[in-house]
Design a protein around this ligand. Structure first.
Ligand code: S6P
Ligand code: ZN
Length: 192
């Protein structure tokens, strides 16, 4: 048996990154431009194509028994009046859960499930110290509503895998926009 050796990773608060970096994945606006409601704002922002978020995956075998873990960082900002967010996904093995532990910033965790016909939606607050549970069968997306980066640790089963197609095509049933200076959840008129 190949014995996997214990390893440490660190969050570098000063440089807002994980050390060692592991696998770094960056998502710019152009990677998810159709997901935002205000396409005029998208068009304008695409001239600079800002980075919306990035995540650092620790290199762990994608196998049952292991625990994948990563640090995600969503930059502060908005596209029109909609806050910066991740694309969102289901786990490929839908019966796998995830834990998010917020280490910096503030935001929201959107979850939706369509397991028994009727779509269901839930949202949880994220702030430094919040420990959020994403149960099996819930798609999840994170959103930065603050002025600083939103950074959180994600821990999930090694075999979970990720599926983006469903959310890419149908979207999330709710959006998080700034209204009268406050984060406000509204229905997504484009949800299919
Ligand atoms: C993985 C976990 C996170 C996300 C990351 C980026 O299961 O939920 O590491 O991958 O926050 O979001 P997304 O939706 O682009 O994978
Ligand atoms: Zn996940």
């Amino acid at each position: 048996m190949d014995l996997f050796k214990p390893i440490n990773s660190y969050y570098d608060f000063e440089n807002i990154k994980m050390v060692p970096e592991g696998e770094l994945i960056t998502r710019n606006l152009s990677d998810m431009d159709w997901m935002y409601q205000d396409q005029e704002a998208v068009k304008e922002l695409l001239k600079k194509d800002p980075q919306i978020y990035r995540y650092y995956n620790v290199d762990i075998p994608e196998e049952e028994g292991h625990l994948q873990h990563c640090i995600s960082i969503i930059n502060p900002g908005k596209v029109g009046n909609e806050y910066n967010m991740t694309k969102g996904h289901f786990h490929e093995i839908k019966g796998t859960a995830e834990i998010y532990y917020t280490i910096q910033g503030e935001g929201m965790l959107f979850m939706q499930s369509v397991t028994d016909g009727e779509p269901e939606f839930e949202a949880l607050e994220m702030k430094k110290g919040s420990l959020s549970y994403v149960p099996p069968h819930w798609a999840h997306r994170t959103i930065n509503t603050g002025e600083e980066p939103l950074a959180f640790i994600g821990i999930y089963p090694g075999e979970a895998g990720h599926v983006y197609g469903d959310i890419e095509e149908k979207g999330f049933m709710k959006l998080l926009i700034e209204k009268d200076g406050e984060p406000t959840i509204i229905d997504n008129p484009n949800y299919k």
